[in-house]
Design a protein around this ligand. Sequence first.
Ligand code: ZN
Ligand code: ZN
Length: 182
Amino acid sequence: MLIRVVPVGNPPEKIMSVLCSQIENSLGIKCRLIRQIPLPEHALNIWRRQYNCETIMQEVSNIPEVKFIDKEIPTLMITEQDIYFKGLSFVFGLEESDTGCCIISLARLMPEFYDETPNEKLATERLIKEAIHEIGHLKGMDHCGNFKCVMAYSPSVGDMDQKERTFCEKCKIELMTKGIKL
Ligand SMILES: [Zn+2]
Ligand SMILES: [Zn+2]
């Protein structure tokens, strides 16, 4: 299995390369890092000071390197900007199963967003968990009731920090039953 990672905007290069190598290590799937794509300006809502993640996904999906080839090859977009979706005040990430795309924002994974001491390692770990979680959704997995499982629903970074970057035994069995290698 292969996954494509697309930096959208200016997410730190170091975090992008660590994310790729850690996805490869944790899931045993090849990760292809695509060139950085500028944020589509019209995705910005100037009143909210946030980007509409649906608009970003639509725009970026049409770029030749990213263009939809096969939804079996997930596309993971990462941006450093804060994103929102429809009626929600923000989202950490969102996936679209029909296109095989998902987007994750680093903005609220950074401790400095909450006026805490910057900690790149912690932010990267949160990003890895969020990435594995979204890949899980793209592969048809639902949220899991086990708070330690990577498929647990995490409405806050506190919840995210409690979970691990691995699938629980129940989810592992489900993945196996579905014939998904993750
Ligand atoms: Zn989820
Ligand atoms: Zn689970």
